[in-house]
Design a protein around this ligand. Structure first.
Ligand SMILES: NC(=O)c1ccc[n+]([C@@H]2O[C@H](COP(=O)([O-])OP(=O)(O)OC[C@H]3O[C@@H](n4cnc5c(N)ncnc54)[C@H](O)[C@@H]3O)[C@@H](O)[C@H]2O)c1
Length: 281
């Protein structure tokens, strides 16, 4: 059964919609007959993406907006423009993100920018769009793109992990609030991609590594899990099956319960215990 919100004539807004997972989602929504607004900071890629979407849906069904999700004024203008152009939003895919890399004690501007886009961006967009989506009284979807790195917080990119841990906590609170709001037919969902070959992860590669999924695979999986009603849309990839993700997440939570050091998965004293935990049934 197709999801009732992903339906002809409904309106989808996709942030970070000019490339990668966002563009694949916008393409799938356009194919389903939705009106689509893609919002992105990259004006050139937005224009290219709009041409591609218009060839599927017709130019009248496609809107673009140069938006910086880290700025409240920019997101406020986006929400106003979508309302004026399409009459409101049925599906919000809150997806814009960056991963330039980070270290703990250097580059304070980079920490501000990563948390500004990845965490504040998600919060700004959801807080500015959700009230009018609820007020429409129609079924609606808000999908926030998080990351496994916000759950298992591996060493190597702390600012990204912090930003995505914030996205997880915010989206859980958002869904709790929506569920407890009388007359609200909007639900929130956390998309947790695996390794997906996009501009964010390409790092100079032009060929998709075997271990990665394509953005299109990720979006097909996301739509199937939205239809199934999942809140946590936990995507596998060609390297990591769901069962391994489950073990990694349980181990991370176990650091607190078992009173182990943080990130014990990467601590030499726990290497054997972690390997045994992963291998046991
Ligand atoms: N690719 C992966 O393996 C992977 C894994 C986990 C999570 N994610 C998340 O998926 C989301 C999409 O990333 P992607 O992999 O498709 O990368 P991508 O680089 O292809 O797409 C991200 C888009 O966001 C846009 N963007 C960046 N800053 C912005 C801002 N301030 N305002 C508006 N738009 C902005 C970029 O211009 C780009 O078009 C991100 O939130 C990313 O953290 C990706």
């Amino acid at each position: 059964m197709p999801h009732p919100v992903i339906a002809e004539g409904n309106v989808a807004v996709v942030t970070g919609g000019a490339s990668g997972i966002g563009l694949a989602a916008a393409t799938a929504f356009a194919r389903a007959g939705m009106k689509v607004c893609i919002a992105d900071v990259d004006e050139t890629r937005l224009a290219e993406a709009a041409t591609r979407l218009s060839s599927i849906a017709g130019a009248a069904q496609v809107m673009t907006s140069v938006t910086d999700v880290s700025r409240v004024d920019s997101v406020t203008e986006l929400e106003r423009a979508v309302g004026a152009h399409f009459g409101g939003t049925d599906l919000l895919m809150n997806n814009a993100g960056i991963q330039p890399g980070s270290t703990l004690f250097e580059e304070p501007d980079s920490w501000q920018r990563i948390i500004g886009v990845n965490m504040w961006g998600i919060i700004n967009v959801a807080r500015i769009f959700a009230p009018n989506m609820i007020a429409r009284g129609r079924p609606g979807l808000i999908v926030n793109t998080g990351s496994k790195q916000g759950i298992t917080t591996p060493p190597g990119d702390p600012a990204y992990n912090v930003s995505k841990a914030g996205v997880k906590a915010f989206t859980e609170a958002l869904q709790h609030e929506l569920r407890n709001t009388k007359g609200c037919h909007v639900t929130a969902h956390l998309l947790i991609p695996g390794f997906v070959f996009t501009g964010l992860t390409a790092k100079g590669r032009t060929e998709k590594p075997d271990s990665a999924w394509t953005p299109e695979q990720t979006v097909d999986f996301m739509i199937a899990r939205l239809e199934a009603g999942d809140f946590y849309i936990l995507c596998p990839d060609n390297d990591v099956p769901r069962a391994l993700d489950e073990k990694r997440m349980l181990w991370a939570a176990g650091d607190i319960v078992e009173n182990r050091p943080p990130l014990s998965r990467w601590h030499p004293d726990y290497a054997e215990a972690f390997a045994n935990f992963v291998n046991e049934d």
